[in-house]
Design a protein around this ligand. Structure first.
Ligand code: ZN
Length: 471
């Protein structure tokens, strides 16, 4: 039997099509509603602290957005980019009058206009922050490797430099308000370089450009690859030229340099007794005290002899007594009581006393020699006589150092290390000074790192002697 099947009504498809048409018609009817333009926010305030404001355009309208700014104060500009409106005010300055008030800006899209309310409250006269440079450009060349520029103006706070454009051969740094630009001379390893580069100088948000002209072309060769050839003058009272005499070298004689006598400079006078002497400062010097005060002279350096003096009974011994025989008398310029160094080693006061002995060795030596010329065994070279007999090719004024002079020699003994023709002074053994402590004792210095002088018996102990000279 044929099964009866349920058939789809013939008009069903047509019905669905009709519904669809109606639905589309309903959507199409929506086109009768005007497109919308919305503003977020609808009003803004531009004032001294908020010079820039933005407004977002929304709604259903599409296409270009145009602004009608005819009603807006010239103190404020309005621009549109995409759907963002930007309003920017100008701070009042001397030439721009203050302004307050409310203004409308028309915002139109697809024929729909909305008014944006712009409140303006620009009243504070503003002084523009400035950054100035004493020079807007500097030139770094072979003769002028370093240049400085000062930063001025009303801006405050840290100064930053943008040196990204500088070549590697030139650096720029800032310290307080001084910019220092430094070039490196071309060498075999540093190529020559020329050109003009910009360094940004920024302070409190304001940037000025500093132009750095670079002209580094001459390959530089170190004029002193093997040490310095110091041009010494022989006049004790007027050392006016103690620079290296090699062309192009600006080295000034200092600690560790070879002195006029062929020894090593171990002390350079400076202005203070409490500071360790530094090189390149000879503004004050010290007085070399002679037996007769009229013979005193000004000196700036102490120079250690190239080697120890030899003395003793046959004149060849490494160590010797301070004096021979039993005569006890204080013959030197000064003597020290036991408490000179205190119990805690060399304190600040002791350092002042040490430095107060600088300049006394020459006179001490002469006095000792004179005294013992009638009281001593004249065939025996005591410490003072051995030091005085010591000579080099260019100097014969060597003497037995005072305690203060010997102290600095012990502290700076490493300056003698590794120099051709110079016998180093290892931290072993004790050396005589020309400063006495008592009738029977004189000060000596053990050449260890601690620098504490000690007392030895003048006519019993045998110690080493390193002559020095002052010039
Ligand atoms: Zn030199």
């Amino acid at each position: 039997m044929k099964r009866k099947t349920k058939s789809v009504p013939k008009y069903t498809g047509l019905f669905i099509a009709l519904i669809a048409v109606i639905a589309i018609g309903l959507v199409a009817c929506d086109g009768d509603t005007p497109p919308t333009v919305t503003l977020t926010p609808v009003s803004v305030t531009v004032n001294n602290d908020n010079l820039t404001q933005t407004v977002t355009v929304g709604g259903t309208a599409t296409g270009d957005i145009t602004l009608d700014t005819t009603g807006l104060s010239p103190m404020v500009t309005a621009t549109v980019s995409g759907t963002t409106i930007t309003l920017t005010g100008v701070r009042p300055i001397t030439d721009v009058p203050a302004i307050t008030g409310s203004f409308n800006v028309g915002v139109t899209r697809e024929g729909i206009r909305q008014n944006l309310r712009v409140n303006i409250n620009l009243t504070t006269t503003w002084t523009e922050t400035t950054v100035t440079l004493t020079s807007s450009s500097v030139t770094v060349d072979d003769d002028n490797l370093t240049q400085t520029v000062s930063v001025g103006g009303t801006a405050t706070g840290d100064i930053t430099l943008n040196i990204a454009a500088l070549p590697a051969a030139v650096t720029a740094t800032v310290d307080e308000t001084t910019i220092t630009v430094t070039g490196i001379r071309p060498t075999t390893d540093v190529p020559a370089i020329t050109g003009s580069y910009t360094v940004g100088v920024t302070r409190q948000g304001v940037t000025q450009n500093l132009t750095v002209a670079v002209d580094l072309t001459t390959t530089w060769i170190d004029p002193c690859p093997d040490g310095h050839n110091i041009a010494w003058v022989s006049d004790y009272t007027a050392i006016t030229d103690n620079k290296c005499d090699r062309e192009g070298c600006t080295h000034i004689a200092g600690l560790g340099d070879i002195g006029p006598g062929g020894g090593v400079i171990f002390y350079v006078a400076d202005g203070g007794y409490t500071n360790r002497p530094t090189a390149h400062n000879r503004s004050n010097g010290f007085t070399v005290s002679m037996v007769n005060n009229a013979d005193n002279y000004r000196a700036y350096y102490l120079e250690a002899a190239p080697a120890n003096a030899t003395g003793g009974a046959d004149g060849t011994a490494d160590t010797m007594m301070w004096r021979v025989g039993t005569t006890s008398e204080l013959v030197g310029l000064t003597s020290w009581p036991y408490d000179q160094f205190g119990s805690g080693g060399i304190d600040r006061d002791a350092m002042a006393r040490i430095n107060g002995r600088i300049g006394e060795g020459r006179g001490n030596t002469d006095r000792i020699i004179a005294f013992y010329s009638t009281h001593d065994d004249q065939t025996y070279l005591n410490a003072a006589r051995a030091a005085n007999n010591y000579n080099t090719a260019t100097a014969d004024d060597w003497f037995l150092p005072s305690t203060g002079e010997l102290y600095w020699l012990s502290q700076n003994r490493e300056l003698l290390d590794g120099k051709e023709g110079i016998t180093a002074m290892p931290p072993t053994g004790s050396f005589w000074s020309s400063t006495q402590n008592s009738l029977s004792g004189a000060w000596s210095q053990a050449f260890d790192y601690f620098g504490t002088p000690s007392i030895n018996n003048k006519g019993y102990n045998t110690l080493r002697v390193r002559p020095i000279r002052a010039f």
